[in-house]
Write a protein that binds this ligand. Structure first.
Ligand SMILES: [Fe+2]
Ligand SMILES: [Fe+2]
Length: 280
């Protein structure tokens, strides 16, 4: 049997805006699914308050022994405290999440790289330093079969209304991701789960990547038609790798169950191809 690396991609929990029972339901579902990694792509808190980061830290503590890594979202930077926003925007995040922030995770031929896309100046679209991203992604490829990059801000979206929320400078970012042979780019921010291949929005990028956005896993700040959800990413890191992405939606029982699965396969120099999409 080929090895499998299982990643639970959670986004936008917005601690401070969570209804009773939802976090417990997510923890119970994850305990059954037994991921190798939990990946948190930002908006961990609603207003970057210490009490909200403490609640998030307690949630992460309950994931153990599963490792977790995280990138910040725009809501993890103080909004109303202008002094904090300008001079120490990541103080609370770093103080409470220092062992999780923007880390690399390498396991069984899969590398996940967390990349900060937030900016104290640009709340909606984020920003990034391209040289820093290239440095973070510039790692030896020996033994690595699948590379995953994680931002908060998404590279693509399903609805026209979300175009304004896509990562600022994404055309430059996608070239850096391509050059680093990234296979899958994940994000959050818009609370509207979406999976596609990169060549639709970025036809000039020769090697196709998978782009995946997770919804909000815990917050009541949901969008129409997108209840609380997360994405379960199963990676087969073989010489012809495969990736499946299954969206799990919350049900009335407060458990999360599979809603839709997308299957992809790496097809050599042209990159990733779509095999199937199934409602479950
Ligand atoms: Fe959010
Ligand atoms: Fe956000």
């Amino acid at each position: 049997m080929s090895p499998r690396v299982r990643i639970a991609h959670l986004s936008d929990p917005h601690f401070g805006t969570i209804l009773p029972g939802v976090a417990e339901g997510l923890l119970a579902t994850l305990a059954e699914l037994k991921p190798d990694l939990v990946l948190l792509t930002g908006d961990i808190t609603q207003r970057a308050r210490r009490s909200q980061f403490r609640a998030a830290k307690e949630f992460v503590r309950q994931l153990k022994p599963v490792p977790a890594i995280a990138v910040p979202g725009n809501h993890d930077i103080p909004l109303f405290n202008i002094f904090a926003r300008l001079f120490y925007p990541y103080w609370s995040f770093k103080n409470l999440f220092k062992d999780l922030l923007e880390k690399d995770y390498v396991y069984n031929g899969v590398r996940v790289t967390g990349l900060n896309s937030t900016s104290r100046w640009r709340h909606v679209q984020g920003d990034f330093n391209i040289e820093r991203i290239r440095r973070r992604l510039d790692k030896p490829h020996s033994g690595i079969k699948v590379r995953i990059a994680a931002f908060h801000h998404p590279m693509d979206c399903a609805k026209h209304v979300d175009e304004k929320n896509l990562l600022r400078g994404r055309e430059e970012a996608i070239l850096a991701l391509h050059d680093a042979q990234v296979d899958l780019v994940v994000g959050g921010h818009i609370h509207d789960p979406f999976v596609c291949l990169s060549h639709h929005r970025y036809p000039g990028v020769p090697r196709s990547m998978i782009l995946s956005v997770a919804g909000t896993c815990l917050s009541w700040r949901t969008r129409k038609g997108a209840p609380n959800s997360f994405n379960l990413i199963d990676v087969e890191p073989t010489d012809r790798p495969r990736i499946s992405i299954t969206r799990y939606d919350i049900r009335e029982s407060m458990r999360f169950t599979p809603e839709k699965t997308h299957e992809f396969e790496c097809q050599g120099s042209t990159g990733w191809g779509h095999l199937s999409s199934n409602e479950t």
